[in-house]
Design a protein around this ligand. Structure first.
Ligand SMILES: Cc1ncc(COP(=O)(O)O)c(C=O)c1O
Length: 414
């Protein structure tokens, strides 16, 4: 098809673009793509070069520079970014690599693909608890769980929040323990003026639907070591050395094991365009969150029905979602699921905090992962009392805020 014909086709599609009829009047994410995102994606479609190419490289360079990491590598998801980080740690090209059976701490309040890459890489996950206010783990929790076998720690920067990253990094450095910072839910958050994801040996990000930026599917891994960067590049694409060699040769030379976790060029184009307006999106979400809290706590119906997620001290947050913890109430028959169903019926989409306390997931039994339930009380409490609703990237108007406020404050009736 000729370029002009393709252009005509795209224009035609745009003209007839139907407005998406959403099932939810308050979804987890309202229309994540701007017209300029669509324009950038269309340029790639028109070029005919859909596989990873120059735009991906441009996005990676820009991302690394803005975030403050030496290297950034784009992949097809946040899960792949975690997978690559863990496989880099055990790779034979890594001088101080980890061995089978080495232990890696991971919060029980985690996403499935924060956990599985640890197991897939042959390491042993050890679940640790989190702080009830921030949903992230603390240095004292980490210290309590470190043994001689601990060789890595996977931290999760939950919904834009973070742990005491500086202290944790310093402590782990002394012990020569690797730190992976799963920042899939916190792109753009800064702790002590430094972007989250840059404290760890690896920082991973997700650009999935409803995250701080979205490219449909997509992710990024950042690091500061050239050794790691080269390993990550070969692991991303089949184990060959094409992107490692200076002359960018196209030989079929396989120097390492590998996957194919390359992103599509279209995702890179949308991701780069969204990343350029991250600050704006972050500010809108902050404003929406403040307005929601203000409206809820100043309502006549307010009687401490909820506790709000607290930002860690020294955090400049880039929020993802609006999490709430339901406080104990006088209704002895209160049923959280009944309340969440009521929100759903009223078209307010909602979901658990990450995936709740992961030890309750059926796969844990299948993989025979050991843990002590009594050590993970806060993760359980967050599963029992917590949930989150969306935090849009458009300013919420008063009507919508009032409606959400009224629905939420009916909580005690369920
Ligand atoms: C903490 C965390 N890690 C990893 C991921 C995986 O990211 P992706 O969906 O891009 O694979 C998610 C997804 O939501 C997540 O919340």
């Amino acid at each position: 098809m000729k370029y002009q014909d393709k252009l005509r086709l795209i224009k035609k599609i745009f003209q007839g673009k139907k407005v998406n009829k959403k099932n939810f009047s308050y979804p987890l994410l309202t229309d994540g793509y701007s017209s300029s995102d669509l324009r950038e994606a269309s340029k790639i479609l028109l070029s005919g070069k859909l596989t990873m190419s120059k735009t991906t490289k441009k996005f990676e360079k820009f991302f690394a520079k803005k975030i403050g990491a030496k290297y950034a590598l784009m992949v097809n998801s946040g899960s792949s970014a975690n997978l690559l980080s863990l496989f880099c740690l055990i790779n034979p090209f890594k001088k101080k690599r980890l061995k089978k059976g080495d232990e890696c701490l991971v919060p029980a309040l985690c996403w499935s693909t924060s956990l599985w890459p640890i197991i897939q890489a042959g390491l042993k996950p050890v679940f640790v608890d989190v702080n009830l206010d921030t949903f992230t783990t603390d240095l004292n929790i980490i210290k309590k769980n470190i043994t001689k076998k601990t060789k890595a720690v996977m931290i999760l920067n939950v919904l834009g929040n973070c742990s005491e990253m500086e202290k944790i990094k310093r402590y782990l450095n002394k012990k020569k323990i690797y730190l992976i910072e799963d920042t899939c839910e916190a792109l753009g958050s800064k702790y002590k003026k430094k972007f989250l994801g840059t404290y760890g040996d690896f920082g991973t990000y997700s650009f999935y639907y409803s995250h701080q930026i979205t490219s449909g599917e997509g992710g990024m891994v950042v690091c500061n070591s050239k050794e790691d960067y080269n390993i990550l590049k070969s692991l991303r694409a089949h184990g060959w050395d094409r992107e490692i060699k200076k002359n960018n040769s196209t030989e079929f030379n396989f120097v390492n094991e590998g996957f194919n976790l390359r992103p599509l060029e279209v995702s890179a184009a949308i991701g780069l365009n969204q990343f350029r307006r991250l600050k704006k999106l972050k500010d809108i979400r902050k404003k929406n969150r403040n307005n929601l809290i203000k409206s809820i706590t100043s309502s006549k119906k307010w009687s401490n029905q909820f506790s709000f997620f607290k930002p860690r001290k020294n955090l400049d947050p880039s929020w993802f979602g609006f999490p709430l913890m339901i406080n104990k109430n006088k209704n002895k028959n209160f049923n959280k699921n009944r309340f969440l169903r009521y929100l759903n019926i009223n078209r307010v989409e909602n979901r658990p905090i990450i995936s709740g306390n992961f030890i309750n997931q059926p796969a844990i039994k299948k993989y025979n992962i050991k843990f002590k339930r009594s050590d993970l009380k806060n993760s359980q409490e967050i599963e029992d009392r917590g949930f989150f609703i969306g935090l849009p990237t458009q300013i919420l108007d008063k009507n919508k805020i009032n409606k959400i406020t009224n629905l939420l404050l009916n909580v005690n009736n369920f």
